[in-house]
Design a protein around this ligand. Structure first.
Ligand code: PLP
Length: 459
């Protein structure tokens, strides 16, 4: 069931993004899944890979976050997936944003997000990007070195600085401490003093446990370290008021933030019991991963005979590879697992899965077992929304998959109410849609559906 979406404060971001991107959102009534929507799609006979993006998954996750960690405001890490519809859905839900560059700030502010909801959380920034942030009104910046302090002194002396410390989880899918975060015991107190000498304002402390953190206790360690540095900052003359817990939260279907939220809530009540401190975090994959399901076509295959002890083996070639969405296998160390769009009664046999380019490196899975596939079979890859799309390239002429957003009818009704309350014109005369639905959030296109039954957003 849909939660009340009490956090949904403004849906105008959504409308704006749908207009900007000309995205068409399909509204579904009754039970549906990304696979059932994809089956309709593949019947159209095209050969390109595509994503089904479930906007409701994003809304559900936002609600879960607020329910479990009401004190912690999520600032979505745009680098994880900069799809405008995802960013504006989160903006509509009330999230803030972690931007790492001028272009990310431009994207987020272009969607109507005010600068006070943005943290420029790259500790090693280009001077021109700092100047751009200043023009855009983004004043909260992270630092972890002397030279960054000097650069900020020159380009944004009135910045509100957050010192990023190193606090690594015992294991992580992508460790970050090797690159960012100063030593919390030696360097951070020194940076706090140097900032004071330079006349700069430090307002807080941040850490990042590592993306896909494999330990929850790390958040307790980070919060404890931050407490000590709040004291050091206050003693150096700063007004410490912001604690940033970074990212690292799990995002796959079936994963939960319940345990980590308990650790965080306990540590906050121990080390930051009073409400005077604003607490934020920078989740990326938590919001993005499960919302996107990728569908790829088997367009070629090659049978290899048994060799010695090794059984016969089939090489399957699909229309997306490591230069596209599956860059996540190389860069994000993701372990990807396919499912079949059409179930097969046959037993699995040894195979490997290859991308479409002419590069031998373009191997998605070197060895797995699947029921025999034909040319024309579609594979389903769940949890593909994090660190995939923004990194993908059309190398060798193979396009980056398109995203087809889908919205549950019940959520659409809630959004429609918010849209109406924000002044958006909406036709109430249209009957409830049948599945696949044919609603549009705007009277300019409703009640008549677009020819394919996809609704187009409009302001
Ligand atoms: N914040 C910063 C500064 C990051 O570098 C990253 C990821 O690299 C994130 C947040 C998001 O991390 P995650 O996707 O693990 O939540």
């Amino acid at each position: 069931d849909w939660p009340a979406l009490s956090h949904l404060t403004s849906a105008s971001h959504l409308q704006r993004a749908m207009k900007v991107t000309e995205q068409q959102v399909r509204v579904m009534q009754g039970p549906w899944s990304p696979a059932s929507v994809a089956r309709d799609e593949v019947l159209r006979g095209h050969e390109e890979p595509f994503y089904i993006m479930d906007l409701g998954e994003v809304a559900r996750r936002y609600n879960t976050w607020k329910e479990l960690m009401p004190r912690v405001q999520p600032f979505y890490a745009v680098k994880c997936n900069d799809d405008k519809l995802l960013v504006s859905t989160l903006a509509a839900l009330g999230a803030g944003f972690d931007c790492a560059s001028k272009a990310e700030i431009e994207l987020v502010t272009g969607l109507g997000v005010t600068p006070d909801r943005i943290i420029f959380a790259n500790p090693a920034k280009l001077s021109s990007h700092i100047r751009y942030a200043r023009e855009a009104g983004v004043t909260t910046l992270t630092v972890d070195s002397d030279t960054e302090l000097l650069k900020i002194k020159q380009h944004m002396p009135d910045a509100e600085l957050v010192v990023r410390i190193r606090c690594d989880a015992s294991s992580a899918q992508c460790p970050l401490g090797i690159k960012f975060g100063c030593d919390p015991l030696l360097e951070a107190p020194r940076l706090l003093k140097l900032a004071a000498v330079l006349g700069l304002n430090v307002v807080g402390i941040s850490f990042h446990a590592g993306s896909g953190a494999g330990e929850t206790a790390v958040y307790s360690r980070g919060i404890r370290l931050a407490r000590a540095l709040f004291e050091a900052g206050d003693a150096a003359g700063h007004r410490m008021s912001l604690l940033d817990l970074g990212g690292g939260f799990p995002g796959h279907h079936g994963s939960s933030i319940r345990e980590v939220s308990q650790v965080i809530s306990e540590a906050l009540s121990t080390y930051f019991p009073s409400g005077g401190v604003r607490v934020i975090a920078e989740p990326g994959r938590y919001f993005a991963a499960a919302a996107y399901t990728l569908f790829t076509l088997v367009h070629a295959k090659r049978q290899l005979p048994a060799e010695g002890e090794a059984p016969p083996h089939t090489m399957y070639f699909i229309n997306d590879g490591v230069y596209g969405s599956f860059n996540c296998v190389l860069y994000d160390h993701q372990i990807v697992t396919p499912e079949l769009l059409q179930e097969s009664p046959e037993s699995p046999t040894p195979c490997s899965i290859w991308g479409p380019s002419c590069d031998g490196l373009d191997c998605v899975i070197g060895s797995c077992q699947l029921p025999p596939l034909s040319i024309g079979s579609w594979l389903v890859w769940r949890n593909m929304g994090a660190y995939t799309i923004p990194v993908a390239s059309p190398f060798n002429g193979f396009p980056v998959p398109t995203v087809k957003p889908v919205l549950d009818y019940r959520l659409w009704v809630l959004l429609r109410d918010v849209w109406s309350s924000t002044g958006a014109v909406f036709s109430h005369s249209s009957p409830p849609p049948s599945s696949p639905a044919d609603c549009s959030p705007s009277s300019s296109l409703s009640p008549s559906p677009s020819p394919e039954g996809w609704a187009r957003g409009n302001d």
